[in-house]
Design a protein around this ligand. Sequence first.
Ligand SMILES: [Zn+2]
Length: 232
Amino acid sequence: MNPANVVGQSETHLCDASDAEALSVSVHREVVEPFAALRALAADTGFDVAILSGFRSFDRQLSIWNRKARGELAVLDSAARPLNIASLTERELVFAILRWSALPGASRHHWGTDIDVFDAAARPAGYEIELVPAEYEGAGMFAPFSAWLDERIANRTSFGFFRPYDRDRSGIAPERWHLSYGPLAAEFARMLSIELLRDTVVSADMQLKDVVLANLEEIVDRFVKNTNPDVP
Ligand SMILES: [Zn+2]
């Protein structure tokens, strides 16, 4: 892998087209096998594990970022309620977006090692998944699958997958749908230096760029490095 793979500006690390078609998303080529193993184990319990989001390019993440910054996509508070962004300073807006959306260049989805998963067997026909806590907790439709995953991760029988956003660490909100293939993601994380991220942001057509660059160290500390350290 090279720096362009780390920041989502190259796709040479991804699986081939037939695997991507079977999964309906693209992932890192070394994630195809462990995911198939996890999926097969889950099927024994009646879960039909599917991936809603796998690899995401820098340009796609940039589009999400810019639309949120312009108020074209909802920016959510910690309880996943829409915020009135007109009442926020630019710095507050940057940090509000970061609660639920990665800085372009710093998304773990760039790596192809990270996936947002759900149980297709529990999704009602026509239901559009929102990826919100209520779906994965309590009486949520994906809560049984999510609890099963908790057990597997705790027992180290999850084929290397873990939850980087397992609990609230005052950075990214807990995301029970987001799994990461630890052995490989750790290598990407090591390669994502603040210098690489700064260079990537500087050359991008990004909303709020000056505010991002002025706060980049805090952003990296709170939203990039600040993940579950218990990596399989
Ligand atoms: Zn995710």
